[in-house]
Design a protein around this ligand. Structure first.
Ligand code: OAD
Length: 245
């Protein structure tokens, strides 16, 4: 791994425009479970029953009770870990411009990154299913489920459920960031959910180098990635930042 860390530090130092695509893996060290694999949410919940827009529309109270309340409580408590903080250091050193994240936890912004595209929306805000008014999640009283807007409508996370489209601005900004970068860090994503998984492919097609950080191989490994640094995000990113010093 040492050789790959050194290579990544050199590649980052030499790059003109760096973007990152992050997934649930970067937030595991903050206590937020991933979706797939051991301990993943989809081991406990059928996503079609609890994370699909049809399920939310059919029975919002059920989706809130089983999935949303638990996720909201975990996200409300979570703090950035070394992986998030390391990416913030890269931005502070002008070595990282944009983060495209599939995560809904707001931890990149909490760590200090200023240009974060929330591809799947956010749990930091709730919005009314009727009038679309938004409320900061931490301030939403969930003693009654589902929580309600002043207008009486039901609140839902301002996040993308299966069966919904990606917010247009996040979609086109991500595409642009992928086209513009000459190096993309792909951190902690299984790269199986579309259209997010296309982002590194677009970057590669436009000449970018792709560095994956993940303890496991993914469909990008060997196909799209120039190399995979096999390890946990916090440790690997810390070591890259240290190697740049
Ligand atoms: P997944 O749960 O599919 O994948 C998590 C990835 O993190 C896997 O590739 C793991 O090997 C890796 N991983 C585990 N521990 C890690 C660590 N300490 N450091 C770095 N990587 C680690 O999560 P995503 O790829 O983010 O969408 O999932 C994509 C989308 O699927 C989510 O945004 C969500 C879900 O359905 C929606 O809800 C719309």
């Amino acid at each position: 791994m040492k050789e790959l860390i050194r290579r990544a530090a050199e590649d980052l130092a030499a790059a003109g425009n760096v973007a990152a695509l992050t997934g649930a893996g970067i937030s595991i060290e903050s206590g937020i479970p991933p979706f797939r694999g051991k301990g993943g949410l989809w081991e406990r919940f059928d996503p079609m029953e609890f994370a699909h827009i049809d399920a939310l529309m059919r029975d919002p109270a059920k989706v809130w009770k089983v999935l949303v309340r638990e996720m909201k409580e975990i996200v409300d408590r979570a703090k950035p870990n070394d992986g998030h903080k390391g990416l913030a250091k890269l931005e502070a050193r002008d070595r990282l411009k944009t983060i495209i994240t599939q995560n809904i936890d707001g931890l990149h912004q909490a760590a200090g990154n200023t240009d974060v595209i929330e591809y799947h929306g956010t749990f930091a805000w709730q919005r009314c299913m009727d009038c679309h008014k938004k409320y900061e999640s931490r301030k939403v009283d969930i003693s009654e489920i589902p929580p309600r807007c002043d207008c009486g409508g039901i609140l839902r996370p301002d996040a993308v459920f299966f069966g919904e489209t990606i917010p247009a601005k996040a979609m086109w900004r991500s595409r642009q960031a992928a086209v513009d970068c000459d190096l993309m860090l792909v951190v902690g994503t299984s790269a199986v959910v579309q259209p997010a998984a296309m982002i590194p492919v677009i970057a590669k097609d436009n000449g970018a180098k792709i560095i994956e950080i993940n303890p496991e191989r993914t469909p990008l490994t060997d196909e799209i990635s120039d190399y995979l640094i096999m390890g946990e995000a916090g440790e690997v990113i810390n070591r890259i930042v240290a190697a740049m010093d």
